[in-house]
Write a protein that binds this ligand. Structure first.
Ligand SMILES: NC(=O)CC[C@H](N)C(=O)O
Length: 192
């Protein structure tokens, strides 16, 4: 059974644990850098990217997260997690972890739609995925090696670059675990 870590500093951690377990993988909540070597893949949950970043720095995670991504182990950023992975963020000079060749815009679906659900067609995953967006970012630009997996109203909301997966929404908040299962499969393939 593969082990999937969830960065447990802030945000929707328990929900991801439940979703990983529904996909028949073992979930490990990562609170210390030493735990990273135990897992085959890592999820960066949604929450508040600025708050998670502060905790990443406080607990010295930054270099270890970059190394994790560069080692080829799969990494999945959801919502704030996608912002942490992006190489470019609209309005910011510097990225956070900066390992995915995308440019993201934070809170980009407008105040009146702080939170909403949308039916998505996600390539290789599902044609009818009910996605939950909460103060979500979207991807405004992708690099040439990035595969676009889903759009909502012409905006890119899910993409993959090799071992790195990112989405604007919260795939862990419903009982539909197909997108988490897609990531768990990436982890299985990378391990075998
Ligand atoms: N649900 C979320 O993860 C929201 C992301 C948050 N708006 C941010 O910019 O970090």
């Amino acid at each position: 059974m593969v082990k999937v870590g969830v960065l447990g500093l802030q945000g929707a951690v328990r929900e991801h644990v439940r979703s990983i377990e529904e996909c028949d993988a073992e979930a490990v909540v990562i609170k210390r850098i030493e735990q990273l070597s135990e897992v085959d893949g890592l999820i960066l949950p949604g929450g508040e990217s600025t708050a998670i970043r502060r905790l990443i720095d406080k607990y010295n995670f930054m270099d270890h997260l970059k190394e994790f991504a560069q080692s080829g182990k799969p990494m999945f950023g959801t919502c704030a997690g996608l912002i942490l992975l992006a190489k470019n963020i609209v309005g910011y000079d510097e990225p956070h972890i900066g390992v995915m060749d995308v440019k993201v815009e934070r809170n980009s679906f407008g105040r009146q739609k702080d939170s909403f659900e949308a039916d998505l067609d996600i390539a290789d995953v599902a044609e009818d995925f009910q996605a939950v967006f909460i103060r979500a970012p979207h991807i405004v630009r992708v690099g040439e090696n990035v595969e676009i997996l889903a759009k909502h109203n012409e905006r890119i909301v899910a993409a993959r670059e090799g071992n790195i997966l990112g989405c604007s929404f919260h795939p862990e908040l419903t009982d539909d675990h197909r997108f988490t299962a897609y990531f768990v499969n990436m982890v299985k393939e990378a391990k075998s």
